[in-house]
Design a binder for this molecule. Structure first.
Ligand code: DAH
Length: 348
């Protein structure tokens, strides 16, 4: 009997030590100490033994049971600890890693998207992009751009004055003179930026955006201007476009032109349904910008910077970003660009 108890104890100890998981350990416990197991049964049967055996057998079985119980407890703690270690290693989060980037939200405002689109066209033609001050000296905004002292744009009813000789720039053209003061020819430059005028209705806002262009070298002609604007018009409004130049007047260009692009909404002024096209008003042409050959008087202001009017020519142009976006996307009211109504902005 005692040998059997020792044997069970030995088997039990080996099984407990070999249990690799808490499940396996539980199986071993049931097998050696469970209700139907041999060792507890022996203990329960001690009372039926002959009296001279009871003491020794009872003691041995009890010692064996206690020993196995202690081993199970110790092994259980060991396995639980190992399990925790394993889970910690598996679920490890490195809090020093950068967080996952948020999914992109929002988008460019239509005016910024349009400005970038126009910039891309001219950068592709070899132009550089520069910006200038929005608070500008009268000298650059008007005087050096050959404006007559009595030119109506100088009036306080048309232009925001900050001081007698300082305005909020009314156009991006002042950068023509600033750029030529800073760089000798050749220059191929575009200037995007905000401009300000005292105007406010469905087609005018007091603040809007322009993109100025300036190309100056020794042999620049009006046909270079036309070819450049044709490339621009086709990139923005479609490959089929034509451009035409109409004579006009600007103080700082001579000759000056207004530039039209052939309508992209109709054919010869008629829509597909045969109605008069609302975009070009049936004319087949849409005005997109002002331009011209830089007036020699303007070069006169930067002569000492390498711009001899006898030797140098150039063209300039200026367009409204709102106007280009408005035409291209059929926006009905300029003020929609500034209302920040997402229902409008998200359409583009
Ligand atoms: N600055 C003019 C305006 O705001 C637009 C313009 C016309 C710019 C002709 C030019 C140009 O560079 O050559 O109305």
């Amino acid at each position: 009997m005692i040998e059997r108890i020792d044997a069970l104890r030995g088997e039990g100890e080996a099984a407990i030590a070999a249990a690799a998981t808490t499940d396996a350990l539980e199986q071993a416990r049931i097998h050696y100490l469970g209700r139907r197991a041999e060792l507890p049964n022996l203990l329960r049967g001690v009372a039926q033994l002959p009296p001279e055996q009871r003491g020794a057998v009872g003691k041995a079985a009890n010692v064996a049971r206690k020993a196995l119980e202690q081993l199970i407890e110790a092994r259980g703690a060991e396995l639980a600890g190992a399990e925790l270690e394993r889970q910690l290693a598996e679920d490890r989060i490195d809090v020093t890693l950068p967080g996952a980037p948020l999914p992109p939200a929002g988008g460019l405002h239509l005016l910024n998207a349009t400005r970038r689109e126009i910039e891309d066209v001219f950068v592709g033609l070899g132009y550089t992009v520069a910006e200038g001050p929005e608070v500008e000296r009268v000298y650059y905004n008007f005087d050096a751009l050959n404006h007559d002292p009595a030119h109506p744009a100088r009036l306080r009813t048309d232009t925001f004055y900050v001081a007698d000789d300082v305005v909020l720039r009314t156009h991006t053209s002042p950068m023509q003179v600033r750029a030529m003061e800073q760089h000798p020819p050749p220059i191929f430059l575009i200037v995007p930026g905000r401009v300000y005028r005292r105007d406010s209705d469905a087609t005018h806002t007091p603040q809007f955006h322009q993109i100025e262009g300036l190309a100056v070298d020794e042999d620049i002609t009006l046909s270079d201007l036309k070819g450049t604007l044709l490339a621009f018009a086709r990139a923005i409004f479609g490959d089929e476009r034509q451009v035409r130049l109409r004579p006009h007047f600007f103080p700082f260009t001579e000759p000056s032109v207004e530039v039209d692009v052939s309508c992209f909404n109709c054919k010869d002024g008629l829509t597909r349904e045969g109605a008069r096209c609302p975009l070009c008003k049936g004319t087949g042409w849409i005005e997109i910008l002002g331009a011209g050959m830089v007036d020699p008087n303007v070069f006169g202001y930067v002569r000492e910077h390498g711009y001899d009017p006898e030797r140098i020519q150039g063209f300039a142009f200026g367009m409204g970003v709102e106007r280009i976006a408005f035409l291209k996307h059929g926006v009905s009211d300029l003020r929609l660009f500034y209302d920040n109504d997402l229902r409008f902005l998200e359409q583009f």
